[in-house]
Design a protein around this ligand. Structure first.
Ligand code: ADE
Ligand code: ZN
Length: 336
């Protein structure tokens, strides 16, 4: 079996995915039309042509503008359902997705509208597509801690639907320590914690996410390689890093996938996973991320299996669920 075919078919888990980042231009135009909202581009092609980014902020500006057309619960359902159908075709069997409530509540769409639409689609995906899921609420770090606290408050009636909280948006100048109190409160309330750190920001931000916020997972974390003591700590504690290769390429975090330090990270025994981040904007979902990295770094089937298994190990499934999914992966690897 060709490696690409092997990658396409292997049962995978995704751990770093922003639901707003799955908004494909075609669906965006459709939803804009029914909500009578204007998009700054006259057609799908013109919008796609704008997807050229020099850094994270240039992407975020377009990403937040795109999310503006989402108004009704059904819009959030359709967005999430489209993503689930896409990953079903790519043999993703478990996904842990972020949603950014403040992107919507700040423009007058209620928290309830957003979460009900997303959650209903996830439930349907679990029942009809067999995709298990976890929902993670992410705070926007360019906003203040008071706004994050307000969002945490809004989430309380939905505690059973949200397993964890994260931290995303503009990293530089917005260190994890800015959110110390709200993460402490979220932890007391029983939420699991993760944070984007070391995507564009320095290794110091990863230390802060670990030591000040007490996260148990790091989203991205590429910059850990600048700090030997940090690499040792991450490896010792087996803190998962949710890497996003095509995102890093499109946001100019790396120049070329051939320079992607994945093998180096694996040699350091880091618990690395591959993910798509914002696939509608970065040119690929899970399969494309794996395939392009595998091609660039000449990965073997055995290395692909390690990466896929890392994702299930790093997931927020129970030990029993992990064992069950890992057995499915082993079975696939043994017969292919
Ligand atoms: N929000 C969506 N994608 C993001 C990324 N890659 N980094 C920070 N915030 C984000
Ligand atoms: Zn992200």
């Amino acid at each position: 079996m060709l490696l690409e075919e092997f990658i396409r078919g292997i049962p995978k888990a995704e751990l770093h995915l922003h639901i707003e980042g799955t908004f494909e231009p075609e669906l965006m135009f459709e939803i804009a039309k029914r909500n009578e909202k204007k998009i700054n581009y006259s057609n799908v092609q013109e919008l796609k042509n704008a997807y050229k980014f020099n850094n994270l902020q240039e992407f975020l500006d377009i990403y937040y503008a795109g999310a503006n057309v989402l108004i009704e619960e059904q819009d959030f359902y359709d967005l999430t359902w489209a993503y689930l159908k896409k990953i079903k075709a790519q043999h993703v069997i478990h996904t842990e997705i972020f949603f950014d409530p403040q992107t919507h509540t700040d423009r007058g769409v209620s928290f309830d509208t957003v979460i009900r639409g997303v959650h209903r689609a996830l439930e349907d995906g679990s029942e009809q597509l067999g995709i298990s899921y976890k929902l993670i609420m992410s705070f926007l770090r360019h906003l203040d801690e008071a706004s994050a606290f307000k969002t945490l408050e809004q989430a309380m009636p939905y505690k059973d639907w949200i397993v964890g909280v994260g931290l995303d948006s503009s990293e530089l100048g917005n260190p994890p320590s800015k959110f110390k109190n709200v993460f402490t409160k979220a932890r007391e309330e029983g939420f699991l914690l993760t944070a984007h750190a070391g995507e564009e920001g320095p290794a110091e931000y990863i230390w802060e996410a670990l030591d000040v916020l007490n996260v148990i997972r790091i989203d991205h974390g590429n910059r850990c390689l600048d700090d030997t003591a940090l690499v040792t700590e991450l490896a010792k504690r087996q803190i998962p890093l949710t890497l996003c290769p095509l995102s890093n390429l499109e946001l100019q975090v790396i120049k070329n996938l051939k320079d992607y330090p994945l093998k180096k990270m694996m040699e350091h025994h880091l618990l690395v996973t591959l993910n798509s981040d914002d696939p509608a904007y970065f040119g690929g979902y899970m399969t494309e991320n794996y395939v392009q990295v595998a091609r660039a770094l000449n990965l073997s089937k055995a290395e692909i299996v390690i990466l896929v298994k890392n994702s299930f190990k790093a997931s927020w499934l129970t030990a029993e669920e992990k064992a069950q999914k890992l057995a499915i992966v082993d079975n696939y690897a043994n017969v292919n």
